[in-house]
Design a protein around this ligand. Sequence first.
Ligand SMILES: C[S@@+](CC[C@H](N)C(=O)[O-])C[C@H]1O[C@@H](n2cnc3c(N)ncnc32)[C@H](O)[C@@H]1O
Length: 292
Amino acid sequence: MCHTAITREDELTERIFQGTIHTLELYSIYLGKELGLYDALHAEPRQNAEQLSARACIDERYAREWLEQQSVAGLIVVDDPGRPASERRYTLPEDHVGVLVEEEHATHVAPFAQMLVGIAGALPEVARAYRSGAGVPYERYGADFRKGQGGINRPAFSADLTNSWLLAIPDLQQRLQSGAVRIADVGCGEGWATIGLARAYPHAEVVGYDLDRESIDSARRNAAEAGVEVRFVHGDAVDFAEDGFDLVLMLETLHDLTQPTAALRALRGALAQDGRADRGRESCRSLCRSRR
Ligand SMILES: C[S@@+](CC[C@H](N)C(=O)[O-])C[C@H]1O[C@@H](n2cnc3c(N)ncnc32)[C@H](O)[C@@H]1O
């Protein structure tokens, strides 16, 4: 019998080929999220392309293409692929709902697709920065990256942060529940941790702080929709001027700062006597692990 050895070149070729397929699949998930197609499918099982197009207000031919691609990719199921295209009915399986639809579900990882699209859009500027040595400001990654970043951490910030992570800090709970305490979430992004903190500690004054104006605007909208009273401030952590905080958090932010030491110095100065500073989970990987 003749065996052809698989070379390292073959393996790399296959790896890049598979990576391309998976990346394109994430782009299809981006469309499903952006156009509300998963929500529409979740609202009613067994829809055909015409029904989905009417429910989600998209063109019917595009609805059909997307539904067919999604079922081939195994993200949704089709009742009877043997029927004519217009009669095939599609359903979002129940065990995909948390991953693709429910934004506070522990398994909700669909926002990675938004992050990826945002990063892709900024890559030409990143390439120019490699040549010039200049930086690429956070805001250049745009709304998709911002929303993806916020969305991917939202489940953990809405639950684990106050139900688990903060409980691990000795003596903190008693202090946070004792009444008029002050908490700062520095580098708050879309504000999901700030909102989670305000919900868990209704007597606390909670402030979200961020250098990116668009993030602050989104955070204010998110808090208004959640019916939560928090204050969001636009500014550089290095210039943080308030003080008397019982807890200062930086969640997945320290690594983004251009002057981390100066920011930490300013934030230490913002702490009340015996106040706590926590840089939170430093990587998305550890966030995902803690959510399992
Ligand atoms: C990776 S995002 C994390 C956002 C949010 N904490 C989360 O986990 O979803 C980092 C955030 O830090 C903010 N940031 C970067 N440099 C900053 C600075 N010097 N002062 C305040 N915020 C800053 C960015 O605008 C961005 O919103």
